[in-house]
Design a binder for this molecule. Structure first.
Ligand SMILES: Nc1ncnc2c1ncn2[C@@H]1O[C@H](COP(=O)(O)OP(=O)(O)OP(=O)(O)O)[C@@H](O)[C@H]1O
Ligand SMILES: [Mg+2]
Length: 567
């Protein structure tokens, strides 16, 4: 019985033991599986953080690295990073990051419990290249099951390229805005002075230069001189005046039509004028100012301290060169137009007053010549009518006197008519009219003269004939009045499609530039202006070649085209 009991108890226990063993076996299997799963999760996590292209590390509360991704490990070429300080691993520092360039985000993460993003600026200026590196550091908290921050994950991304691109865009935008402002100012005004001054001030402000100036190209002498300047000595400005294209830096820039940048102009071999070295200038840029492919001036900016000019600054100057060049050209054309308008108005006034003078003179001469003579004639005829018939002899002599008086009066009237309108021109043509005019003015003044006709004489449209005649008349009058000449040569050439006149004297000549630059138009003679106007009205060209002590030659050529035929 006991044995049975024992046996059954033993069996029961064995069974229980087997079951327990099975249970333990099962738990062991579960544990292994959990371990395996955990390992796989860790591997997956590591693979995931390794695949991130930025540097990633997990930090404990002591700023020790507890985990790092592949990118970070690679930078340390296999050296263990786990266990080291984050600042040492990140930047190679032996102390925690400090502001302003290295603001540490970790404290803020702990205080706020949220992610914090900072930018670290690394100066890699060890070799003087002066480049900067920008790192964006994002730190985020990791919470434990109690809701406390147990670790912090820090992600570091190199944003140098995008920051530089952003800065370049910002800079380009700033310069565009400035260029737009300059363009606005220069296009708003037609005053050369306003354009030059405002463009120079704005450019210097933009390029951040304390020295600058604008040289303009003088059309006649084809040389450059400063029109406006800032921060330059009077001696320098005067010493540079009359710079020929190709001379010095500004001259070279004008000749090549290209921007020239010089790091130290005081030592540049191309500089020709000694004042440049004495002016203590260092960095120097010459920007040609262009209009329709032609150089109209040069914009110079300079610095007394060594400095460099960025690519954007040079591009800006070059863009400005075209805008300013066009604005200068426009202002000059406008000025020219205004002075032409002024001249035209003055000429018109002079023509009207000359016409009035002429009418007054004709009226006076008519009065002097004819009314007195007619009155005398009337008295004589009256005397003749009442004279006794027996006094034949006296009658004959009175009739003779009366005829002589009539002849003189008709001569005078003819002279007046000729002055008003040379009938010889209408009747006999240009050559005869020129000969007659030369004889009447030059000949009468005792000046030897020679009138030559080149080509076959032909009749020209009346307005061309009268223009040539009046020009010749004025030129000959000028010879008589001003030239003190011994002899004068007049030539009229009939070409196939034009007519050319030349009047050359061997007199004292004069300074044409003084004559035409006289600012008070009312004091200028109307003769030269009138001749030019007459020629230009018919599309012709009038040239005056003269110089004190070397005589004067007036040349005019007028096309005889269909247009002039119909005028
Ligand atoms: N052939 C010449 N020789 C020397 N000087 C001259 C000659 N022609 C012109 N000039 C100079 O140019 C000036 C301008 O000539 P212009 O014919 O325009 O005026 P003007 O003769 O003085 O006056 P007007 O209006 O009556 O013609 C003259 O005053 C004179 O000094
Ligand atoms: Mg004159």
């Amino acid at each position: 019985m006991e044995t049975e009991l024992f046996t059954s108890t033993y069996e029961l226990m064995r069974q229980r033991l087997r079951e327990s063993l099975r249970e333990i076996e099962q738990k062991n299997i579960d544990l292994e599986e959990s371990r395996e799963r955990l390992r796989r999760s860790r591997d997956f996590l590591q693979t995931t953080i390794d695949s991130i292209d930025d540097e990633l590390m997990v930090l404990d509360s002591q700023l020790h690295v507890t985990q790092a991704n592949r990118k970070l490990r690679l930078r340390h070429s296999g050296q263990e990073v786990v266990g080291r300080y984050c600042y040492e691993v990140s930047h190679g520092f032996d102390h925690p990051c400090r502001p302003p360039d290295y603001r540490c985000p970790l404290n803020e993460v702990r205080q706020t419990g949220t992610s914090v993003r900072v930018v670290h600026v690394l100066n890699t200026n060890h070799d003087g290249a002066g480049s900067e590196k920008y790192l964006e550091v994002s730190a985020s908290p990791i919470y434990d099951s109690d809701g406390k921050i147990s670790q912090i994950v820090e992600l570091t991304r190199d944003i140098t390229e995008s920051t530089k691109a952003e800065r370049q865009i910002f800079e380009a935008n700033r310069q565009l805005v400035a260029l737009n402002a300059i363009a606005g100012t220069v296009s708003q005004s037609l005053s050369l002075e306003v354009i030059l001054n405002s463009a120079l001030d704005k450019t210097m402000e933009l390029i951040n230069c304390d020295v600058g100036g604008i040289l303009l190209l003088d059309e006649k002498s084809q040389t450059l001189s400063y029109a406006v300047h800032r921060g330059l000595s009077k001696r320098f400005v005067q010493g540079i005046a009359g710079l020929a294209p190709g001379e010095g830096i500004a001259g070279k820039a004008a000749q090549l039509g290209e921007t020239l940048v010089v790091s130290d102009i005081s030592k540049d071999y191309r500089v020709t004028r000694p004042v440049v070295a004495q002016e203590n200038l260092k960095a120097f840029v010459s920007q040609p100012l262009m209009s329709k492919g032609r150089v109209v001036g040069v914009l110079n900016v300079a610095s007394r301290k060594p400095r460099s000019f960025s690519q954007q600054e040079i591009q800006l100057l070059s863009a400005l060169g075209h805008q300013l060049g066009t604005a200068i050209e426009n202002a000059r054309l406008y000025q020219e137009l205004q002075s032409k308008e002024q001249m035209r108005a003055e000429l018109l006034r002079q023509i009207i007053s000359a016409q009035e003078d002429e009418r007054r003179r004709v009226a006076r001469e008519l009065h002097d010549v004819t009314s007195q003579a007619l009155a005398t004639l009337a008295v004589r005829l009256e005397a003749l009518a009442t004279m006794p018939e027996s006094n034949i002899k006296e009658m004959e002599s009175k009739i003779e006197e009366t005829r002589a008086l009539l002849a003189t009066t008709s001569g005078e009237v003819y002279r007046l008519i000729y002055a008003l309108r040379p009938t010889v021109l209408d009747d006999l043509g240009l050559a005869a009219a020129l000969r007659s005019c030369a004889a009447n003015s030059l000949g009468a003044a005792g000046i030897e003269h020679h009138v030559e006709v080149v080509g076959e004489e032909k009749r020209l449209p009346p307005q061309v004939e009268i223009a040539i005649f009046r020009i010749a008349q004025e030129a000959m009058t000028n010879v008589v009045r001003h030239a003190r000449a011994d002899s004068t040569y007049v030539s009229i050439e009939f070409k196939e499609k034009s007519v050319a006149l030349q009047i050359e004297d061997d007199g004292i000549g004069f300074d044409l530039s003084e004559e035409s630059s006289s600012t008070d138009v009312s004091k200028r003679g109307a003769g030269l202006l009138g001749m030019k106007e007459r020629a230009e009205l018919l599309g012709g060209i009038l040239r005056i070649i003269t110089r004190p002590g070397h005589g004067t030659r007036v040349e005019v050529e007028i096309q005889v085209n269909q247009e002039n035929d119909h005028v």
